[in-house]
Write a protein that binds this ligand. Sequence first.
Ligand code: NDP
Length: 387
Amino acid sequence: MISFYENFLLFANAAPPTAETVNTLTPSGWASMLCSVGAVTFAFVWCLTRVSKRNSTAETNRPAPAEQHGEHSETVAVSAVDCDGQDWEKVRTLNDLRHWNSPKTSLAVVGMPIAHSLSPRMHNAALNAINAPELAGWRYFKFEIPPDALGEALTLFHQHGFRGINLTLPHKVCALASLTRVDVFAAASGAANTLVREENGYAGYNTDGAGFVRALRETQGVTLENAVVVLLGAGGAARAIAASALDTGCRELWIGNRSAGRRAELLAQLREKKPDARATLHEFAMDAPPPAFPAGAVVVNATSLGLRDGDPSPLPAALWQRGMIAFDIVCGTGETAFLREARARGIPSVDGLPMLCWQGALAFELWTGRSAPVQVMLDALTRPPTR
Ligand code: NDP
């Protein structure tokens, strides 16, 4: 077989026909000319095929980006339906929970609404990738539970042996009263996003703040040490990010929120729980921000603006300045107005997926005691499951 190198030489040395040579050709010259052109074309196409094959092989063989946090780097196609017929993309209800009879270990994300949640996709991909005997049969589901039924749901989850729960909107804050204990991050933020089963109930953790800090570092190479953070929102996620920003040693923390009550509550909580934080705290009403923020601020959208199509940005576009970083924690909804306006001004930006991945990776480790396959989880978030 002719080698790639030989083909390259053949192609490189073949002189293209000129107008002059074409006009003076005899029939046999024409035949030989056409043969040459055919040979050159064949060689060219063959080269291209080889190169593209070579590239695609290199793609497959290329080591995944270094796993900074986990031993697995292989990506796995995940089906939305288990071999036992369990469809984990399906939204389950309190009634499903009352009649739950799976003998296998279950995990769940609980919220309202919940249909949009990407967590089952991400965690089931991770469970598949790890392939450890002690995790065999573990599955992660999504449950839509209204706020007034959360207490009953947590009792039922515990009775049915659910190993871990992720809480999302609107449960992160009100769940605290039903937990056996909370970790420092959940205590500091007054919100829990991860529950771990214990003998008498669930312990509460908060991995949102650490997930945010890690996502910012991995995507922008930026740490919050000595940084100025402008945080838009004062809900469950904003509280966790605020506590982590103070822990990480930010210099200034600006908090803007629509309702004054919730904003004041968050500031009071931070002052009480983080008395040693070195950062100066500032607050503003969402509809009356200061005329400018300090240069180089990391601006974070932690409101739910952006979840719905057509939502406006929580930040007036005139406040974007070069040197800032835009981080929108809303995810799975396409480009938000907040990110669109930042990008239009050349501001580096991060969407909610890396934070979702990192908060999930930390939760996964709490439940399984194993390093999370971060790259697998990130890939699963950007690729729909097969059916
Ligand atoms: P909460 O309900 O606890 O908080 C919602 C926040 O959004 C509050 O500050 C609220 O202000 C504000 N808000 C809601 N509607 C408006 C509006 N129309 N105008 C201005 N502000 C508004 O929700 P969470 O903190 O749990 O979640 C917030 C967002 O973050 C959601 O989009 C969620 O999906 C996302 N998220 C992403 C994560 C990730 O990993 N990427 C993790 C966690 C959350 P007010 O107090 O005035 O009501």
